[in-house]
Design a protein around this ligand. Structure first.
Ligand code: SRM
Ligand code: SF4
Length: 516
């Protein structure tokens, strides 16, 4: 009997829809959808199952779809960028792209009739959008300077790519790993600065020496959501930096998928992230269950990990570990890109580097492999006046989720407002250190409000008898070594009152001084 028809099993609405027809089933129907047009697509296929292919119906812009790619470790080539630029270029101002908070790319404004051809082009350049939404593993993140960083301990790019291949069947779509009780985030850190936000990933690998051997300690259970936010905890496991990492990821996913039902995770979407399984079993019980799934015992964690630094933002010019080369990090305001800018990024990466670009979880980009004697020429390119290497302090560190322009969950406009406010306050104040402002349009916290020095979470506020856009303000998020989540500081501040609140906060808490 299928789980859906078992009267003893209380499945939530999404689980019932998945049991009736798997999300990946729409892969075979995509050509037909393209022919018949979006209005003819079954509602559940349109709004839910297409997300298994990375195709997101946007109720805010019906008929203009968003496609979420997978860019493991944020590594993308000029050829790949040109395909993405070409995909949005034909739609005029509707066609844009965003670098996301998981060092990934989302394309906007796409028509369903063009998507089968886009998928063929993606495949030809080794890209995929498969399993990037709904109950799947999201983009696999790594240090954005993996393989370049002089202080790096482990280059995690290959592990991230091979884990993606394992859980997506090489990009074709894996029935085995695509029916999780909920989304799941995995991150691999090979450097010392926790650039991947290990604290808010369901599964995170951080570098650690065990009896002199370099590998990873494993953290589990971190997540942010509207109902609950949890910092990841030590699983008390150490793994060497090889296939064992991938085996462990797959074992945890198999366990989460299979036991999800028995643990009640498929009843309530708000209580379904991996943490809920860990909480139900206790961390030792969870560890034992994963060992049973793997069919062997796991080594206990190293006493300490090697995360020793505050999180870097990678902007500016930095020496690579390869003598004679630098990487150059540029600020992409709010991560938003036009087709022209993407073509130009691709051209610059080829002209000055080796045809490769890196994306960061701060929604910025890095040009690797720039010969030191070519750095000045790169810096004098017109694009680098738009995408600066050293923008003013607040503008430099502000990030934001999608917000009201495209996301139907959003309670407020985010990206435009976030940038405007950072620029305004940069004109007014000097700051001794960076202040990371994180904007998120609703409590789902895609913009990680709890990770910011100052976080803003969209809400509705009553002011002068009117309902207006506002935010709950968070303070104290710490990233890098000893990362912790920020806490609610003030509820329901109308956005129009924010500049004044920020002026006092910046002076009182962050040592800001008014510009002379
Ligand atoms: Fe997110 C859902 C955008 C990172 C927590 N997220 C959504 C949806 C798909 C909702 C929707 O269907 O409209 C948003 C799509 C809007 C759009 O058109 O762009 C959306 N999330 C984003 C992105 C694009 C924000 C950004 O501007 O960068 C990020 C895409 C990452 C990627 O490339 O895959 C994004 N989302 C995150 C993060 C940050 C992270 O991973 O570090 C979080 C918090 C961390 C976490 O997941 O634990 C996050 N998104 C959520 C949640 C709450 C999950 C939960 O357990 O309740 C939802 C809602 C849901 O899944 O039900 C959500
Ligand atoms: Fe949309 Fe809310 Fe996520 Fe922002 S935080 S992208 S508004 S779901």
């Amino acid at each position: 009997m299928s789980v859906a028809s078992d009267p003893a099993t209380k499945l939530n609405r999404i689980e019932k829809a998945k049991a009736e027809k798997h999300g990946l089933a729409v892969l075979d129907e995509l050509e037909q959808f393209a022919k018949s047009g979006w209005e003819a697509i079954d509602k559940t296929d349109l709004e839910m199952r297409l997300k298994w292919l990375g195709i997101f119906f946007r109720p805010v812009t019906p008929g203009k779809f968003m496609v979420r790619l997978r860019v493991p470790s944020g590594c993308i080539t000029s050829d790949q960028l040109r395909v993405l630029a070409g995909a949005i270029g034909r739609y005029g101002t509707d066609g844009t792209a965003d670098i996301t908070t998981r060092q990934n790319i989302q394309l906007r404004g796409l028509l369903i009739e063009d998507i089968p051809e886009l998928f063929r082009q993606l495949q030809a350049v080794g890209l995929t959008s498969i399993q990037s939404g709904m109950d799947n593993v999201r983009n696999l993140t790594s240090s954005p300077v993996a393989g370049l960083d002089p202080d790096e301990l482990i280059d995690t790019r290959d592990l991230a790519q091979r884990t993606q291949d394992a859980i997506t069947a090489g990009g074709k779509g894996s029935l085995e790993f695509s029916n999780l009780p909920r989304k799941l985030n995995i991150a691999f850190e090979g450097a010392r600065d926790n650039s991947i936000h290990a604290e808010i990933n369901d599964i995170a690998f951080v570098p650690a020496y065990r009896e002199g051997q370099l590998g990873f300690n494993v953290l589990v259970g971190g997540y942010l959501s509207a109902q609950r936010c949890v910092e990841s905890i030590a699983m008390d496991v150490w793994v060497p930096p090889n296939d064992e990492v991938i085996d462990l990821c797959c074992a945890m996913l198999r366990f989460y998928d299979r036991e999800g039902l028995a643990l009640g995770l498929r009843e309530n979407r708000a209580k379904a992230r991996l943490w809920w399984a860990i909480e139900k079993l206790g961390i030792e019980g969870f560890r034992a269950a994963v060992e049973a799934e793997l069919g062997r015992s796991l080594l206990r964690a190293a006493p300490e990990d090697e995360i020793q630094l505050d999180k870097r933002d990678h902007l500016g010019v930095h020496a690579q570990k390869q003598a004679g080369y630098s990487y150059v990090g540029v600020h992409v305001p709010m991560g938003r890109l036009t087709a022209e800018q993407m073509y130009e990024l691709a051209r610059l990466a080829e002209t000055y580097g080796q045809g490769e670009l890196r994306l960061t979880v701060e929604q910025n980009a890095i040009f690797p492999w720039i010969p030191n004697d070519r750095v000045e020429a790169l810096l004098s390119e017109p694009l680098l006046t738009e995408f600066q290497i050293a923008p003013p302090t607040l503008t430099r560190s502000v990030i934001s989720c999608t917000g009201k322009r495209y996301c139907n969950f959003a309670l407020v406009e985010t990206k435009g407002r976030a940038l405007e406010m950072a620029q305004l306050l940069d004109q007014e104040f000097d700051l001794p250190e960076r202040v990371r402002m994180h904007w998120t349009g609703c409590p789902n916290s895609c913009g990680q409000a709890q990770a910011g020095d100052i976080g803003f979470m969209g809400t509705k506020v009553r002011k002068d008898g009117q309902v207006v856009e506002g935010v709950d303000v968070y303070l104290g998020g710490k990233v890098g070594k000893g990362a912790t989540l920020g806490e609610l500081h003030q509820k329901g501040v109308a956005c129009e009152d924010l500049p004044d609140l920020l002026r006092s906060l910046l002076v009182e808490r962050f040592g800001a001084t008014p510009k002379g």
